[in-house]
Write a protein that binds this ligand. Sequence first.
Ligand SMILES: Cc1ncc(C[n+]2csc(CCOP(=O)(O)OP(=O)(O)O)c2C)c(N)n1
Length: 573
Amino acid sequence: METENQTTTQRISGADAFVKALVYEGVDTIFGYPGGANMPIYDAIYRAEGEVTHLMGRHEQGAIHAAQGYARASGKCGVVLATSGPGATNIITGIADAMIDSTPLVCFTGQVPYNLIGTDAFQECDITGISMPCTKWNYQIKDADDIAEIIAKAFYIARSGRPGPVLIDITKNAQFQETDFKYQACEIINSYIPKPQLNESAVAAAIATIRTAEKPFLIWGQGVILSEAEQALKDFLDKTQIPSASTLLGLSALPSDHPTYTGMVGMHGNYAPNKLTNSCDVLIAVGMRFDDRVTGNTATYATQAKVIHIELDPAEIDKNIPATIPVNADAKEALSAISAGLDAQSKDKYASWYAEFDAFYQEEKNEVILPEVAPEGDQLTMAQVVENIAKTFHRDAIIVSDVGQHQMKAARYSAFNKSRSHITSGGLGTMGFSLPAAIGAKVACPEREVVAIIGDGGFQMTLQELGMILDYNIAVKIVVLNNEFLGMVRQWQELFFDNRYASTPLKNPDFVKLAESYGITSLKIDHKSALNDALAQLRDHQSAMFLECMVVKEENVFPMIASGATVTDIRLK
Ligand SMILES: Cc1ncc(C[n+]2csc(CCOP(=O)(O)OP(=O)(O)O)c2C)c(N)n1
């Protein structure tokens, strides 16, 4: 519990009340950007010296992605503060990203004084209206007396149940106005039930179905991480020995070398788990939402299987794939309860079923993995760089990838020992996410190595956040995989638009000089013989370091399920 209650009242300004409320919620770090409509709050943070640390982004989008990285790495609520109008709209991408990836965030925006609302005042914009479809809850505070109660509610809603972003807009008059401050943490809201009760008959049905399964298959998603069900998942798999696979956002919930692990599902996932989704007789889906990047064509997805869908959010059940046995519950509780009703098995029980996975894995290894990680010649491939990052950092770093080909290579070739070690923009696919999110992750986990893996396109979307590294001396390691293309779009142009590379070749600046101009030690390599030494330098460097790797220009990401195709149609080339 991060919250604490206060019994006595104090007469203070709304802005001071804001800071106190944050402290009561256990917030130690906020990311933001100042402006006219949040100046009283900035002044209160300044005066409260040391109570909460504020880190200034160089753009509000950078600030909110940093808050997201902080939340994803730590499991705590990320907090962001922006001014009104353009400051507020600049955080919308991050809010939408946090909503679809279930990231707990409380976003604060300044607003013009209440008496000016509706007058098209300077920097007035209806941010509660704009953010309504992409927040879990939003509210406009117009009176300082509401600050404590609304902030308490905001944190409760953002953190509880399926986490998500909340936006609180505070008018400037409310920031100046005095209020009798008293803090009471929020523990219940009528009509909001964050956690459903485990349904015993659904658990019994799941147990009976898994007992009789001959080819069961378990796919887990980020819900496992969000409900801290990592150990329950591991125990379940250790006991049942059922083959398992992760979604993109579920990566790192289970160590990559777990004996039941068969790889990642999805458009650019591994061959075997994708193919065999359409062969299993029971599909156990845990804390995942059957995203279209996972299912391909839903009409032909796992239609042969009985689907046991364990999911906290009732809206996700039957949304994309009908559940034979819906288990609307917290993943940890459900996995533990189902596991308790099953007998321990050895892997032999499913030997022929595992053999099917092994055969497909061998095919993928020969056709894709080996040629990518050990290519002929001295050119660098993305896979080589990613695989060697995993080795050099002893599978122990937090990997924060951006969006594109390198993201898929980072997911495919990284290896994880600990949960919350893979952070990426999964649902929204936001280019520019990685650099600021890695900064936020490093702030949250200063004891861990954080490596941002970024494409040359995505790097240019938020590279101004190198300024945060300069300002606060944040020791993130940045690896830009430079193919001089918007690679993922180029790949689609090659495959589906007859090689017409419309607006995908990139003319890049001198990234090394640029990073150096922010005081960051930088290195560029273009040969595989230089890779290991460069990565060792990156690992051993005590402060931030930038490494640009010139990689094969027209490399593709395979396997691939073409958009809208069936998972079984996954291609190796
Ligand atoms: C903000 C945003 N704009 C556009 C896209 C569409 N998009 C997806 S991947 C991609 C190319 C990314 O190129 P780069 O960052 O160089 O990475 P690469 O694919 O080459 O690894 C683009 C343009 C996006 N995901 N996000």
